[in-house]
Design a protein around this ligand. Structure first.
Ligand code: SAM
Length: 312
């Protein structure tokens, strides 16, 4: 069988041969996860990688110094598994996700939790695209209002090769001076070393492609294309400095284990803890642009599809 011409495809298969795979959606197209969210809905939480959620939040609380009463933004929150753990620990939390179906599930689950063990903190889950986060926050008068902003497990960060800088800029816009931004990312070294039959990797853009079978609520399986942007520690640090965030640490990680120190070649993910520089003695923050709030903006959140909020 003839192989594709490497001059017309930059994708390589698991045996390092040129291969043709569909291109990832562009920045102008809807994120590919929309269809998966609609298909999977509540079943998302059956994914094996969700098992260590409480341990993940424990490690993130430790790394960022979060205390009850502080406020967290979870970008690409999915069904709200991290939001639920935050609420249990008394942290106020806002989740944003591009999938209305997953936002609906997150809202239902948080309400169920609240009925089972009384309100412990404020929460809200809204529909929105991580790539337009900075503008959304400014319109909603929420820029600089969070102690911590994170995007975990490819919650918008890692899903669009062209949009990574925009997502990180949005996270930086969310936090107050001295606040932390946390992202997890698929580790380039692991992704390229562990391709299996059917996977593909683009060494030019460092994007991983996989065709994955996903089970729907009626037990039927459907195939989806998944593109994941991979990162090295060095390019994460570079992206961070471009949006005026300091690097606190970048370590290897995997689902359920966010407390590792150092990076192994076989760590499947990287966990970057970044920080917005604290306000200077003069009171002027070094990243003024990130907290500017549009003059005259309405106090009503301008986030389309607002789906639920805790009683105030
Ligand atoms: C693999 S799930 C991770 C969800 C959650 N962070 C977790 O750890 O379980 C990826 C999530 O990111 C959301 N997502 C993908 N692209 C997005 C975007 N551009 N803006 C906002 N959310 C996005 C998806 O809808 C999905 O809920």
């Amino acid at each position: 069988m003839s192989r594709p011409d490497p001059r017309t495809t930059s994708w390589r298969d698991h045996a390092d041969r040129p291969v043709v795979v569909p291109s990832p959606p562009t920045a102008e197209q809807p994120p590919f996860y929309l269809d998966i969210g609609a298909w999977q809905g509540r079943l998302y939480d059956r994914n094996a990688f969700t098992a260590g959620t409480a341990d993940e939040v424990d490690a993130l609380v430790e790394r960022t110094g979060l205390v009850p009463g502080q406020r967290v933004l979870d970008v690409g929150c999915g069904t709200g598994r991290h939001l639920r753990e935050l609420r249990r620990r008394g942290m106020d939390a806002v989740g944003i996700d591009v999938s209305p179906d997953l936002v609906r599930v997150a809202t239902e689950r948080l309400r169920e939790d609240e009925e089972a063990d009384r309100p412990r903190a404020d929460w809200e889950v809204v529909v929105g695209d991580a790539r337009h986060l900075a503008a959304t926050l400014r319109r909603a008068d929420l820029a600089g209002r969070f102690d911590v902003a994170w995007s975990l497990c490819h919650g918008g960060f890692g899903t669009d090769p062209e949009g990574e800088g925009d997502v990180l800029a949005g996270l930086a816009t969310a936090v107050r001076p001295g606040g932390h931004v946390v992202v997890t990312a698929f580790h380039t070294l692991f992704a390229a070393r562990h391709l299996v039959d059917g996977d593909a990797f683009d060494p030019q853009r460092l994007v991983h492609h996989q065709r994955s079978e996903v089970r729907g609520p009626d037990g039927e399986d459907r195939d989806f294309d998944l593109w994941t942007v991979t990162h090295t520690a060095r390019d994460l640090a570079h992206l961070a400095t471009q949006v005026d965030l300091e690097v606190v640490s970048i370590d290897g990680a995997e689902p359920g284990t966010y407390d590792r120190i150092g990076i192994g070649l076989d760590d499947p993910e990287l966990l970057a803890v970044l920080r917005r520089p604290p306000t200077t003695a003069s009171g002027a923050g070094p990243v003024d642009d990130a907290v500017s709030v549009d003059a005259g903006s309405s106090s009503a959140p301008a986030v389309p599809g607002r789906s639920g909020s805790a009683p105030g």
